[in-house]
Design a protein around this ligand. Structure first.
Ligand SMILES: [Zn+2]
Length: 59
């Protein structure tokens, strides 16, 4: 009995190998989290990792 591994060898590329593109850091100084193109909130030219950080930086 043999186990067929071919479908693993030819599978789709591991998504973790794709380097996310950093677009900057959260403007909230107490956070400073790295931001990626699919997860950020902006206010004018300021970028934040979340709505919560945006509010915290301004109020
Ligand atoms: Zn943040």
């Amino acid at each position: 009995m043999s186990i067929d591994l071919d479908r693993f060898a030819e599978g789709l590329p591991d998504p973790q190998e794709l380097e996310p593109i950093s677009i900057g850091e959260c403007e909230n100084n107490s956070c400073g989290k790295e931001l990626y193109s699919d997860e950020y909130v902006y206010r004018g030219s300021e970028l934040y990792c979340s709505f919560k950080c945006m509010v915290a930086a301004h109020y």
